[in-house]
Write a protein that binds this ligand. Structure first.
Ligand code: G3P
Ligand code: MG
Length: 249
């Protein structure tokens, strides 16, 4: 019952969309990722106060919306009045915080695949996973491979494993790698998503020997990307998908 679902990782994933040239986690960033030839994107999901899953990296509104306060303290309707683009450039003013539903519908309409990173606000691990799974069960075509889930939060992967075992899971790691094997086994992961600066040939070999796919973040230097692929990394998560597709083809 707990067999690991398989994931076929793409060579390149557009990190928060094409966030090198567009405001991260917005619709224009995903349209640009598609225009740059990306078949997969990665993005960050959390909940509004009224439980609507949406795309936003930070827990607070300061950096990309220029406001005080936390995402989780505003309803989705209230958040629609806030900026998500102007911080990146005046030409993106008016860009909104997108709902998870709108972003997934865009992926469906354009035949794209997604690495959905659970980035819950504090204490909202369970609800965030449940809301994402509910939406996917409602709108994601049954005949297409299921999107990939990932998280630094073990609780999110645990809930996903238990309520939606058919969705493949990737274990995100930062600089703490001592327990990767036990964690990946317990959370029944298909892939490991390490920070690229922690990767060595031996570690990549160990991941592969244990049977895991490897998607590493965030790589914007083509030379480094080629080195990582030569080590055995499957997938490069990048802010500049076109540059990476070109460098790795
Ligand atoms: O999923 C890979 C990467 O997005 C993890 O870090 O902070 O960019 O969400 P972060
Ligand atoms: Mg992310």
């Amino acid at each position: 019952a707990n067999a690991t679902p398989v994931v076929t990782l793409p060579r390149v994933q557009a990190h928060r969309g094409a966030s090198g040239v567009r405001p991260e986690n917005t619709m224009t960033s995903f349209r640009e990722a598609l225009a740059q030839g990306a078949s997969w994107t990665e993005f960050d999901v959390k909940l509004s106060k009224d439980g609507v899953p949406l795309l936003y990296h930070d827990k607070d509104l300061k950096r990309t919306s220029g406001r005080e306060g936390l995402i989780k303290d505003f309803t989705f309707a209230e958040l629609q009045d806030f900026e998500a683009g102007a911080w990146f450039g005046a030409e993106y003013a008016g860009e909104k915080i997108p709902s998870f539903e709108e972003v997934m519908q865009f992926h469906i309409d354009n035949g794209m695949q997604a690495n959905i990173e659970f980035k819950p606000s504090d204490g909202e691990e369970d609800e965030t996973v449940k809301a994402v799974v509910e939406m996917l069960e409602r709108i994601w075509p049954k005949d297409r491979p299921k999107p990939l889930f990932s998280s630094f939060k073990h609780r999110c992967l645990e809930v996903a494993r238990d309520i939606a075992p058919a969705y493949p899971r990737g274990l995100l790691t930062y600089d703490e790698l001592d327990n990767w094997k036990a964690d990946a086994e317990r959370l029944v992961c298909a892939a490991i998503h390490p920070w690229h600066k922690t990767l060595t040939p031996d570690l990549v070999k160990a991941f592969k020997q244990a049977g895991y796919g490897i998607a590493t973040y965030t790589v914007n230097d083509p030379v480094r990307a080629r080195e990582l692929v030569a080590m055995g990394v499957d997938s490069i998560i990048t802010d500049h998908p076109a540059v990476m597709i070109d460098a790795l083809s």
